[in-house]
Structure formats: C-alpha cells, structure tokens
Design a protein around this ligand. Structure first.
Ligand SMILES: Cc1ncc(COP(=O)(O)O)c(C=O)c1O
Length: 385
C-alpha cells in the first residue's frame, strides 16, 4: 500500500479551519462566547443540564475529584484497563486507587468485577467509582449505578472515548453518554485523536447545579466574581487551577460536535468491515459488543490469539508498520506502571491480563475509506495465522 494508515487521526475540513479563524479574528481568545456556545451545545447534545469545558480530559477528571472533595485516605475504584489519567486524577487529590478487573472480551468493568473489587476493599474509605467507556463502548450503566448506590459510592463516567454513545436501559429507555442518567458526573476529552477534537480539550457534564458551580470556580483559580460587592470584586474561596479552555479550541470542538453523527455512522461501517473480514479467521476478532449499548466507536480494538499463532505481538506490529498499517495497544494494565507497582505492590488481574495479551488497536478514523479499511483488514487477517 502506498499510504501510511495510523491507528487514529483527526478529521479536519475547511469548515473546521474557518471556525477557528473566525475566532482568531475576534476580540475573545479565551473565556469568551465560543466557550459558552460550546458548553450549551454539549449540554444539548448529551442531554444534560450543565457542561463545564476545560483544558483537557485529565483536568476534567481532576476537577471532578476536587468538586467531590475527595482527599487523603479516600479510596476510588478504577478499572485496571484505562489511560493513566483515570487513576492519576485520584492521586492528584491524595486519594488512593483500588483496581477493578475487566471483562477480557470487552475491556470494560462488569457488575461482577465491581462487586468483587468492593468486597476486596471493604473496610476502606471507599468513596467513588470511575466507569471508563473503553473504545467507545459502555457496560450496563444502570446495574453499575445501582451497585454503586447500594454501596454509597459516587459514579463518575470517564467518557474520553465515548461522546456520541448511547445506552438502553432495562425498560427500553435510551440515554446518551454524558446525560448522567446513571451517574453523577461525566468527563470527556477532545484530544487530537478523539472522536471530536479541539487539539487539547475536555469537559465535565452534570445535572447537579452546586457541583457545576464548584467545577467552574475550580477551573479558574477557585475564584468567583462578586459584582454585587463591586464591579471588579472577586473572591477566592478554595484553591483552584487554571484549567480554562480557549475560544478557538471551543470553536473547533463545536464544529466537530455538529459532525459527530456522521463520524459515528462511518466508524460503525468500518467496524463492520473489520468484523466481517475477521469472522473468517478464528485467531482474531473485534471486542465483543453489548446489546444495551450503541457505541460511537473511538477505537477498533482487535483481540488476537497470540498464544496459538506463529507471530508474536511485537513482530506483528513491526510487520504491519512496514506494510503501512499503524497499530497501538490500549492499554497496559495500570497496576503494571512502576509508580503504581511501588505504591500498591504486585497486582495481577486475570481479565486485564488476558485482554492486554490479546489487544491491538487497528486504524479507525473518519477519512479512512471503506475500500482501504477492507484491504487493511485483509492484510492483517493474512498475517494472523
Ligand atoms: C480513558 C481516558 N481518560 C482520560 C484521558 C485524558 O484525556 P486528555 O488526554 O484530554 O487529558 C484519556 C486520554 O487519552 C483517556 O483515554
């Protein structure tokens, strides 16, 4: 093949560029009308009362930890398979992380793995759970929320991968990721490889007006304007950060948000092509999909039976790269990171280990056309034997 196909890349059109230029020609570069516009559009897109946009998805998670007053001695349950930020945000506020295992077929936590993590950590100061929507899929949000409520835990959805995903509950009602129908807060990332991009960017959604106000204050140094006292007056009531997002990032994110459904449908077609081609090869498959979730796929994670084929993961990655196909691994179980190993000792969770051994993310992005996707899938399948 002539081109190189990365595992992901942003999809930017002329209208995205024009939206950014328009803001650059205006008087507002940050904390201006494009931020407000994007927050309103996001609330409406995910069906939630409040959105607070911020500098990135990691900052969004940190804001959530602070807004919930999590601190030293508290414990937050985090999936073993996720990006570093999901756990690091817990550590930013001094709280401790406890791992939840995942289903090896999906990379998601399940009711069983959550219950087992709660049982294992009984007696500790368990405060919250972070439910990560790996690759764009979600687990049974309603059951996870019920278990969390029964155990007095906040539910935070880390939806860095899952803007545009929907969930159908046991009564057949559909809810959007970010609506917080089955959670307290949801965080998003608009990093350059995500489904909608702002370069860097993030947001928190919630239906709790007090939490929304607190998030806004924490995003901007912990300060609140007090025009009732004097036109210039502001008060800092808590320690906060500069986690603001610029207007030109929000203009880009807003333009991208308007194309989310297009991205979702195209990614679905590509996922279908991979799944069809791989259905003829018993050594490779896509991650299992759940009937209650309609995913806006961010990643195509293939699961490869490396134990029973002639090629190992490193050699396959190198070979595919030479053939013009980029791949990536999402993710190394977090407990393997030296920082977490030193803090929490050696951990090995069977679901996370099995998933990690098999997982390889393949090219998935809007400008990847169906013919190229088919050829990529065929080449991969031919090399997995
Ligand atoms: C699951 C997950 N959570 C959080 C983040 C953090 O987002 P950001 O890169 O915008 O800080 C990422 C980013 O890759 C992620 O994949």
């Amino acid at each position: 093949m002539n081109n190189f196909y990365p595992y992901s890349k942003p999809s930017l059109d002329d209208d995205d560029i024009e939206a950014v230029i328009e803001v650059l020609k205006s008087d507002w570069l940050t904390s201006g009308p494009s931020v407000d516009k994007f927050e309103l559009a996001l609330s409406s897109a995910v069906n939630c009362n409040h959105s607070v946009a911020c500098s990135n998805g990691t900052a969004a998670l940190h804001l959530v930890m602070m807004a919930l007053d999590l601190t030293d001695g508290d414990v937050v349950l985090v999936p073993a398979i996720t990006f570093l930020s999901s756990a690091n945000a817990v550590r930013f506020v001094g709280a401790e992380v406890a791992w939840i295992d995942v289903d090896p077929q999906t990379g998601l936590i399940t009711e069983q793995t959550l219950l087992s993590a709660i049982k294992k950590n009984r007696g500790k100061n368990l405060k919250a759970i972070i439910n990560v929507h790996m690759a764009g899929q979600c687990n049974h949000l309603e059951s996870i929320y019920q278990i969390a409520n029964e155990n007095n835990l906040w539910v935070i959805e880390d939806a860095a991968h899952a803007i545009g995903t929907t969930f159908t509950n046991s009564s057949g009602d559909l809810s959007k990721i970010g609506s917080n129908t089955f959670s307290d807060l949801t965080t998003f990332s608009f990093h350059a490889v995500k489904n909608i991009v702002a370069g860097e960017g993030g947001a928190v959604t919630t239906n709790n007006p007090q939490l929304a106000e607190k998030l806004k204050s924490l995003r901007c140094h912990g300060m609140t304007a007090k025009p009732e006292i004097a036109p210039w007056y502001y008060e800092m009531t808590r320690i906060g950060y500069n986690y603001r997002i610029t207007d030109f990032q929000c203009a880009l994110a807003l333009n991208q948000l308007n194309k989310l459904e297009l991205f979702k449908q195209h990614h679905k077609k590509l996922v279908h092509i991979y799944n069809e081609v791989f259905s003829e090869n018993s050594f490779i498959s896509g991650i299992q999909t759940s009937i209650s979730c309609d995913p806006c796929w961010h990643l195509y994670v293939s699961l490869i039976d490396f134990e029973n084929i002639a090629i190992d993961k490193v050699s396959l990655i190198t070979k595919l790269k030479d053939l013009g196909i980029g791949t990536q691994v999402h993710y190394i179980p977090l407990y393997k990171q030296p920082y977490y190993k030193e803090r929490y000792g050696d951990v090995s969770l069977i679901g996370a280990e099995t998933y990690y051994q098999k997982a390889l993310s393949l090219p998935l992005y809007h400008s990847l056309n169906e013919n190229d996707c088919y050829r990529i899938a065929k080449i991969i399948s031919e090399n997995v034997k």
